[in-house]
Write a protein that binds this ligand. Structure first.
Ligand code: PLP
Length: 416
């Protein structure tokens, strides 16, 4: 099948959920993908943060082949050796105590919301005041299922599906006063992405996260962190919350966890896990032996990459800031590690840069209309960053109307 026939067939046969770029990828290796015409692309999208070890990583392939030949699925009715082993590694790096495995980001977030309500209800049994409200943030994104949509602070995703889960209210982003005002004893959880991803790479401020922790501690509510995009190494630490020195009650991860296979996880404390009991939550596919074994290998590889992400991420950010100083079309530069973005002055400008880079064989992604997002694989080297920066420089020059002073900076600090 060629590109034209695939496009025709999809248009006829699939639900029209995606507006895809007209590229038919056939295979990948390392930081590169190839299309059906043999053209090579440098990948700064990594499947929206999924292919963190790049494509066809030899260690991943080895484990995949071994485990696929042994057992792919066994169900959660029985034991297999790898959920406990993976949970041991995840709890060690997060300093949390227990894990629930599922299949995707949105499913992990649903599990987190259910766990928060289950915990609140279990506490109620002890005679405490009822807690049910969920405070979420403006501009957030937690997924496409109903609970995740209900806590997603963007009308374009929510409005077509109302009525949604009741009991959710939104706090203005990083607004301490608004959080104080809306928080009371009825709140069962404060729901946050440590760094908003889809919303345009906006880190939560250290003060806001500290206040959320303090309010939750005082009343017995929970802090839920969605690290589906920013977790598992993307910022140069295992978890983005580790930049803040604050421990959440529940953390969700997914995207890179099984290096391309679907796997998500909810991590929590011993105390909060008391809200669960057999039969209250579950999944058919989640935590299967194949995905778990690959995830164990992923975490093994990640250990040796964190320093590289921190170091090259700093260089990458510096280069983006240089472009910001040089090109008036750039409004801001944000992010940390390998989760970086530049915001342009218009949607058209951002669309043009994405499609011009695609034509030149470089994949980047546009989010929140005007934001160019960079989520490269962790094996990306300085020479790949340089190739991207040179291409961006050319395209921004083509867009920029007037040069401006090099002193301005729109960067947001992640932690104090
Ligand atoms: C922060 C965050 N939460 C949740 C999700 C939903 O994950 P999934 O698409 O795997 O359901 C995403 C996906 O982009 C995300 O970035």
């Amino acid at each position: 099948m060629n590109l034209a026939s695939v496009v025709r067939a999809e248009q006829k046969l699939l639900l029209p959920t995606y507006d895809r770029h007209k590229v038919l990828f056939t295979h990948g290796r390392g930081v590169y993908l190839w299309d059906s015409k043999g053209k090579r692309y440098l990948d700064f999208v990594s499947g929206i943060g999924v292919n963190a070890l790049g494509h066809a990583h030899p260690a991943v392939l080895k484990v995949l082949r071994q485990q696929a030949a042994k057992m792919i699925h066994s169900s959660n009715l029985f034991y297999h050796p790898y959920q406990a082993e993976l949970a041991k590694r995840l709890t060690k790096i997060s300093v949390l105590d227990r894990v629930f495995f599922c299949n995707s980001g949105t499913e992990a977030w649903e599990g987190a919301l259910k766990l928060a309500r289950a915990y609140a209800r279990a506490e109620n049994r002890n005679g405490n005041k009822a807690k049910w409200r969920l405070l979420a943030l403006d501009n957030s994104f937690h997924g496409r299922t109903f609970g995740a949509l209900a806590t997603t602070g963007q009308q374009k995703y929510r409005d077509p599906f109302v009525p949604l889960l009741p009991g959710v209210e939104f706090v203005a982003f990083n607004d301490l006063e608004d959080l104080q005002r809306q928080f009371d004893e009825s709140v069962c959880a404060i729901c946050l992405e440590t760094i908003q991803g889809e919303g345009g790479i906006h880190p939560i401020s250290p003060e806001f996260l500290a206040l959320a922790r303090e309010l939750a501690d005082r009343s017995g509510a929970l802090v839920l962190l969605d690290e589906i995009q920013c977790g598992l190494g993307r910022t140069g630490e295992y978890f983005a919350f580790q930049h803040y020195g604050i421990k959440p009650d529940i953390v969700t991860v997914a995207k890179p966890l099984a290096a391309g296979l679907p796997l998500g996880a909810v991590l929590t404390t011993e105390r909060v896990s008391g809200g669960m009991h057999p039969g209250l939550h579950g999944t058919t596919f989640g935590g299967g032996p194949l995905a778990c074994r690959v995830a164990i290998e992923y975490l093994r590889q990640l250990e040796g990459l964190l320093g590289h992400i921190r170091q090259l991420g700093k260089y990458f950010l510096g280069e983006l800031e240089r472009l910001h100083s040089k090109h008036s079309v750039v409004r801001a530069v944000r992010g940390i590690g390998f989760m970086l973005a530049i915001e342009l002055e218009s949607t058209d400008a951002a669309k043009q840069v994405v499609s011009r880079l695609l034509a030149q064989g470089i994949l980047i992604n546009r989010t929140h209309e005007t934001v160019l997002r960079f989520l490269p694989p962790y094996i990306t080297k300085a020479k790949h960053v340089d190739a991207l920066i040179a291409a961006l420089d050319r395209e921004l020059s083509a867009l920029s109307s007037a040069p401006k002073s090099p002193s301005k900076s729109g960067r947001t600090k992640v932690a104090a």
